[in-house]
Design a protein around this ligand. Structure first.
Ligand code: ZN
Length: 354
């Protein structure tokens, strides 16, 4: 039995540059810029996570009750399209449901990004937080069906399947992060437009609002999935400011705290991933953005926010798609070593250390 110690959890201080932020009315859907750089030409391949080096000391026990370790790892899982069959950036609907079941069965509980950043996660004893991330805002993640004049969430879209799962598993709440594109092509515009996959352009804001009202959180993923590494500082800032502005247009006053790098590619000037501004000629206002957390596309499970080495400015993720398996990562996290999982002590005021 490893020695345990506790210390007090401290609430994170969050200073937000909210003042001169985003105009709720200024955003007009840009007709000129609606292109999505092809997802299948990522220059940063999704990699298989390296094997963790086992060590003699660990808080995880493969059998029996899990020993609290709130310095352990938290998986930030990453889904793109949820469709008929697995592929690059795709998982099948059956697989998506199976992954939810597996996470639940293995003692994982969804949290929001804000709870990680603010250190306010409240996880039952013996359980592990998981942060869901959904990239690219496709209709496969969130489709509406019109029934007798009412919009219902398509139960075969990821949001439909997730909400259905939560209904049957009330220990899970609607939490997770949608890293959205407001103006990319092929329906990647706030979950669908122009009739693609049966989705009406007019439904875009409704979907974003619905997610926020359910308890999910919203994250920037640029305006149209720009490869930020190849653009000027001005274009990088325009992509990020307009991405944040579009979210603010859908949900006025919303504070975007996270940003997922398209293809995992950083802008040449890395600082611009976190802070920047862009002058909106239309409203004659300077639009600022501030991201506290930046997500990579891969890298394995993330450090706990209580780990002194936790770095929200480069959060690794666990990509789920054809060729990767959730269980590979979860098995590794059940073993001793650097990837040993976060296990809650059930007390949100203390941090259990192995
Ligand atoms: Zn993406």
């Amino acid at each position: 039995m490893p020695h345990r110690s506790i210390f007090m959890k401290t609430a994170g201080t969050v200073a937000l540059a909210a003042s001169a932020l985003l105009s709720a009315t200024a955003y007009a859907h840009p007709r000129a810029i609606v292109r999505l750089e092809r997802l299948d030409r990522a220059t940063t391949p999704l990699v298989t996570p390296p094997k963790a080096q086992p060590t003699k000391t660990s808080a995880a026990t493969p059998t029996g009750p899990r020993v609290p370790n709130e310095l352990g790892r938290i998986p930030i899982v990453e889904w793109h399209q949820v469709v008929a069959a697995d592929g690059t950036y795709k998982v099948s609907r059956e697989r998506f449901r199976a992954e939810l079941r597996e996470l639940h069965a293995r003692g994982y509980v969804p949290v929001n990004l804000s709870e990680m950043l603010d250190k306010t996660m409240d996880i039952p004893t013996g359980k592990t937080p998981v942060l869901f991330t959904f990239d690219d805002a496709s209709p496969s993640q969130f489709r509406y069906i019109e029934r007798n004049g009412t919009l219902v969430v398509d139960p075969t879209s990821a949001v439909g399947m997730l909400l259905d799962f939560i209904k049957g598993h009330p220990d899970w709440k609607p939490k997770g992060l949608f890293c959205v594109l407001p103006a990319a092509e092929a329906g990647h515009a706030f979950f669908g437009d122009k009739g693609i996959d049966g989705q009406k352009t007019a439904w875009r804001f409704k979907k974003v609002q619905f997610l926020a009202s359910q308890g999910f959180e919203l994250c920037n993923h640029t305006l149209w999935h720009a490869k930020l590494s190849k653009y000027s500082d001005a274009v990088v800032q325009e992509q990020l400011a307009r991405g944040a502005m579009a979210i603010d247009s859908a949900v006025p006053g919303y504070t975007v705290r996270g940003f997922a790098l398209p293809y995992g590619l950083w802008p040449k000037n890395r600082a611009l991933a976190f802070n920047g501004s862009w002058y909106d000629k239309k409203s004659k206002r300077s639009v600022r953005y501030r991201h506290e957390a930046v997500f990579e596309v891969s890298g394995g499970p993330a450090r706990s926010p209580y780990d002194p080495a936790f770095n929200p400015k480069s959060l690794p993720r666990v990509p789920l798609q054809g060729g990767t398996k959730l269980s590979t990562t979860l098995d590794q996290m059940d073993k001793p070593g650097k990837w040993a999982r976060y296990v809650s002590d059930g007390n949100p005021k203390t941090v259990a250390k192995p």
